[in-house]
Design a protein around this ligand. Structure first.
Ligand SMILES: *Cc1c(COP(=O)(O)O)cnc(C)c1O
Length: 479
């Protein structure tokens, strides 16, 4: 190859003056843009006569020219890849309502708006406007929680794992914690109750058997070194058959008798009775407080349907101790979380409003007929635009609550089954995931399955339709 062609490559200085490169410098650090240009130029200059010529050279007979536009696109692409944006809006067509990998509970419209609005300015987070004095950030949701649950005091931390850790560390460090053998829970993502207890410095005292524990087992395990009686809701599994477990009221009474605090890790924490929504029974927060349990903890992004957080409700004497624990400083929540939770909890003042405006609760009681109606409309649109590219079928199936809640309570649904002679189910699913916005479905028996129960709005349905139309357009080119 004639090395004279290198003379037509513009210098770094010339490239840096190009308006397109200047505008890239507004998006990316100047240093990174410069490095990227230098690197590509070095690469081009290293081409030896035996190499394939770089595709930035355009041949015209035996003349070469250099494609500036091509070079700019290359630099823009490589800069985009150097700082990829991996956190983006996604569409959940899996039918798993609380999908931890997809961010658990989507917020209600008013909660998302409130959190967005308040975070753009200063807030009264830790100040009282009447006295001008510093106040606790935990006071904000206090009266709402008291009104809704009957608990006398509350505290909010980053998640339920933090709530349990804080409670154990405060009340049972160096002391014994009595727990039923049937409740040595592991929650997905490495929350193992025995490990958390070890971390908090408390000593595990297991009572009962895997399937049966009675109140006498708890009573017999009490010693002068008992710090806490712990109940853990088996939120992601069920033990069925020959089983028994005392009423939580009995455990609360036992704690009172010996002056030992009782803690109920409720995990998912329903604030309404899910049977109203045609979902299986889950213990509610209010019931646990009414039973006389001293401290109840639960996630705010599971069945409550709010932002990530861990609520701790209970008797003032214990919550006061938790508030004094220096560990709390490491677990404290941000103003956005407080605002989003406040807005979500306000919906529970009227149950009817809660079940219709909190997305995850609304999804639970969307009827099969409604889902079928949406799928048929969608299917017609796809057939109209893509002809016979896809085999489309509507069948019965199940949605799931997910997020380690209600493991034995699948919700009947209607599914859209999707396959094609031209492209495999893996190919379709991958193309959907790589769509903008990414779309997540399920694959079973070599077909892609879309559940519209978790697809939030018409706009998301349009996005899925457009993605499928594109897949059909690209046809066999897609892997
Ligand atoms: C989900 C869950 C946890 C962990 O809650 P996070 O909010 O995810 O930290 C702990 N205990 C139980 C019983 C749970 O269900």
């Amino acid at each position: 190859m004639n090395h004279d062609i290198f003379k037509i490559i513009p210098s770094v200085n010339v490239l840096l003056e190009l308006p397109e490169i200047i505008s890239l410098m507004e998006e990316f650090p100047r240093k990174t843009v410069l490095e990227s240009i230098r690197k590509k130029l070095d690469e081009i200059r290293k081409i030896t006569p035996s190499d394939k010529i770089d595709d930035l050279f355009i041949t015209n007979g035996d003349k070469y020219s250099f494609s500036i536009q091509g070079f700019i696109s290359y630099i823009a692409e490589s800069l985009k890849k150097s700082i990829p944006k991996t956190h983006e809006h996604a569409i959940n067509a899996t039918g798993v309502i609380l999908h931890t990998c997809l961010g658990r509970a989507p917020l209600s419209k008013n909660a998302a708006e409130s959190a967005g609005k308040i975070s753009g300015g200063y807030t009264t987070l830790e100040i009282d406007k009447e006295s001008g004095k510093r106040m606790s950030r935990y006071r904000h949701i206090q009266s709402l929680i008291t009104t809704l649950t009957g608990a006398t005091d509350s505290l909010l931390v980053n998640n339920n794992a933090a709530a349990v850790l804080l409670a154990l560390d405060t009340l049972a460090n160096g002391k014994e914690v009595i727990i039923s053998r049937s409740q040595q829970v592991e929650i997905g993502g490495s929350f193992r109750m025995p490990d958390v207890m070890k971390k908090s410095g408390s000593l595990l005292v297991e009572v009962g058997t895997t399937n049966r524990t009675n109140i006498a087992d708890y009573r017999d395990a009490i010693s002068e070194n008992t710090g806490l009686i712990l109940i853990v809701h088996p939120s992601n599994y069920r033990i069925i058959g020959f089983t028994s477990f005392p009423d939580i009221k009995e455990i609360a009474a036992l704690g009172k008798e010996y002056n030992i605090p009782t803690l109920y890790d409720l995990g998912s924490g329903a604030m309404v009775d899910l049977r109203r929504l045609n979902v299986a029974y889950e213990p509610t927060v209010q019931e646990s407080v009414d039973a006389g349990i001293d401290i109840v903890t639960y996630s705010t992004d599971k069945l409550l349907g709010g932002p990530q957080g861990g609520l701790i409700l209970g008797k003032k004497q214990y919550i006061d101790l938790l508030k004094k624990n220096p560990l709390l400083r490491a677990l404290r929540v941000d103003k956005m979380t407080i605002e989003a939770l406040d807005a979500t909890l306000r919906l529970y003042i009227n149950d009817e409003k809660a079940v219709n405006e909190i997305p995850i609760l609304k999804m639970m009681h969307t009827s099969m007929e409604e889902i079928e109606r949406r799928i048929i409309r969608f299917k017609d649109k796809i057939v109209e635009s893509t002809g016979s590219f896809f085999n489309l079928n509507i069948v019965d199936g199940f949605s799931e609550i997910g997020g380690g809640s209600c493991p034995a309570a699948p919700i009947p649904t209607r599914l859209l089954l999707l396959s094609s002679e031209e492209i495999s189910a893996n190919g379709i699913s991958k193309a959907l995931r790589l769509n903008s916005p990414p779309i997540f479905g399920r694959i079973e028996k070599e077909t892609t399955r879309l559940d519209f129960r978790t697809v939030i709005c018409d706009h998301e349905e349009d996005d899925i339709a457009n993605a499928l139309i594109n897949i059909a357009k690209n046809g066999k080119q897609t892997p």
